[in-house]
Design a protein. Structure first.
Length: 249
């Protein structure tokens, strides 16, 4: 039997991009998907766009929340699938066959992951993320940065705890590390699985996000190793920027 995938999209005032994201989910060739959308009480027409597809959604909530991870927790509490995928407004599942290809990679894994292609605000490709998906992945793999984007990881729901709301900008990193620590089977699909729109909240609040990330990495990897690893991160970032004139985070 094909596993059920719960795809969760959170959105707030993003009428420009929400339909593109929704269609990337609704047009999947994989049949066993429940789609959950959590809207933060948008006022720009986003809700009107979502309502056009309401009969194709498993759940749709529009109400004020306490931030993006509170909204994600609402979606998580409604999910009934075997697996979870968070696909936020502005991002896309890579192709119409992606979900089918992910689950065809191997049966019954705890985590599936793949590569991400970056896009600018005009939806022009910026190429692969600077942090390429590692050949093998475990909870220690983030020590040199978030090597798998949140949109490119499929997680068994039974392993997923709520997001820690003490983190406003980087709770997804903490969440993935926690899940990975519990996982016994992690599969690299060796394919692109997501398209990511740059300029999200972690970029808008870049310094606050970096502080949170440093705190999270210190919690899991220790202060001294984290300081040493961040030197390597800085060197690699500088090399990438000098070559490409962008960071592709």
């Amino acid at each position: 039997m094909q596993p059920k995938l719960s795809v969760i999209t959170i959105v707030y005032n993003n009428a420009k991009d929400i339909e593109r994201t929704m269609l990337s989910v609704l047009n999947q060739s994989y049949p066993n998907i429940e789609y959950i959308i959590i809207d933060g009480a948008s006022t720009d027409g986003t809700k009107d766009i979502i309502y056009r597809y309401k009969d194709k959604l498993a759940q749709f909530i529009s109400e004020k929340d306490k931030g993006i991870y509170d909204a994600m927790n609402k979606g998580l509490s409604l999910a009934t699938g075997d697996y979870l995928l968070f696909m936020n407004s502005g991002d896309e599942i890579y192709s119409t066959d992606t979900v089918r290809e992910v689950f065809a990679a191997a049966p019954g894994a705890d985590i599936y992951y793949g590569e991400t292609e970056m896009y600018d605000e005009g939806w022009h490709s910026l190429g692969q993320r600077r942090h390429e998906a590692p050949e093998t992945f475990d909870w220690k793999s983030f020590k040199y940065g978030m090597s798998i984007s949140h949109q490119a990881i499929y997680v068994k729901r039974s392993l997923a705890a709520p997001y820690d709301l003490q983190y406003k900008y980087s709770a997804d990193i903490d969440w993935i590390i926690k899940v990975a620590k519990k996982a016994s089977s992690i599969v690299n699909t060796r394919t692109y699985v997501a398209k990511y729109l740059t300029g999200g909240i972690s970029k808008q609040k870049h310094m606050e996000s970096l502080k949170e990330r440093f705190s999270i990495f210190t919690k899991y990897y220790g202060l001294l190793p984290n300081l040493i690893n961040h030197f390597s991160i800085a060197v690699n970032l500088a090399r990438f920027y000098l070559k490409h004139h962008r960071t592709n985070d």
